[in-house]
Design a protein around this ligand. Structure first.
Ligand SMILES: C[S@@+](CC[C@H](N)C(=O)[O-])C[C@H]1O[C@@H](n2cnc3c(N)ncnc32)[C@H](O)[C@@H]1O
Length: 248
């Protein structure tokens, strides 16, 4: 199945108003923390999905907010929720690889978008983001940890990418199918177009970013295990995600 079909078919399962999937606990709170004080800063949210992050950043004080996503059904779900909440978020359905914004932003976020793009597509999007940011604008994105599919072999809850027979260097741009679970027990299909650690740094530099990114390696912490041992403990201390923060 291609990415668009996966998200069109599962938009109703993704729509959520409170944390539900594993990464709502292990990654998104750290993305929000990295965004810091919003103080009416304008935000471009690429791969915004059904708007979970958009709504939270609006609650935290974001200003002008544009979310774009490939999946029409995810965008429809976001717009339906916006009609109820009236946060003032604009959503558009489009492929971010072909997207050129009509204005500049103070902050760009991409929460688990780049695992759907090949390296050359990610390069194009990084360049678009560089141009779309105001001077000193921030770019914050989370991706699966590139080691995770190779370290965590078992295709079991609450998260995996199937990487059997794949090689860390030789299989760049290969798509690994996976699933991530909600605490309710429901799995969501996800994909990872594999990239190495180095791919992210190379693409940022080529796009024009010249400062050092802050990179955090995210995992399941003992605090999360204390909340729900059965759900979180299988991945305690495993390298799950990377969180990049970089300024223009
Ligand atoms: C794991 S979901 C994350 C959604 C949202 N960022 C969140 O954190 O809830 C990944 C999203 O990326 C979108 N996506 C994948 N490829 C895309 C592309 N080429 N252009 C725009 N969106 C894309 C998918 O449609 C999906 O909504």
């Amino acid at each position: 199945m291609n990415t668009e079909e996966i998200y069109n078919d599962n938009a109703d399962k993704w729509l959520r108003l409170t944390p539900s999937s594993l990464s709502d606990f292990t990654a998104r709170p750290l993305v929000f923390e990295a965004c810091g004080e919003l103080n009416a800063r304008s935000v471009l949210d690429i791969g915004c999905g059904e708007g979970y992050c958009a709504r939270e950043l609006k609650r935290r004080g974001a200003g002008d907010y544009l979310g774009v996503d490939l999946s029409e059904q995810m965008v429809k779900a976001a717009q339906a929720q916006e009609a109820k909440d009236q946060y003032g978020i604009e959503y558009r359905a489009c492929n971010v690889v072909e997207f050129n914004p009509d204005r500049q932003f103070d902050l760009c976020i991409a929460v688990f978008l780049f695992n759907y793009l090949r390296v050359e597509e990610m390069q194009r999007v990084f360049s678009m983001v560089y141009d779309a940011l105001h001077p000193q604008g921030q770019f914050i994105f989370s991706v699966p940890h590139p080691f995770f599919p190779f370290i965590h072999g078992s295709q079991t809850p609450p998260f995996y990418f199937g990487s059997r027979g794949k090689n860390y260097f030789a299989d760049v741009n290969q798509k690994f199918e996976g699933e991530i679970w909600k605490r309710s027990g429901e799995p969501l299909p996800v994909q990872c177009v594999h990239k190495t650690f180095g791919n992210y740094f190379d693409c940022l530099r080529r796009a024009g970013f010249s400062s050092m990114p802050e990179v955090k390696e995210l995992t399941v912490t003992p605090e999360l295990v204390a909340i729900d041992k059965a759900f979180f403990s299988p991945l305690l201390n495993e390298p799950l995600h990377l969180l990049f923060t970089i300024s223009k």
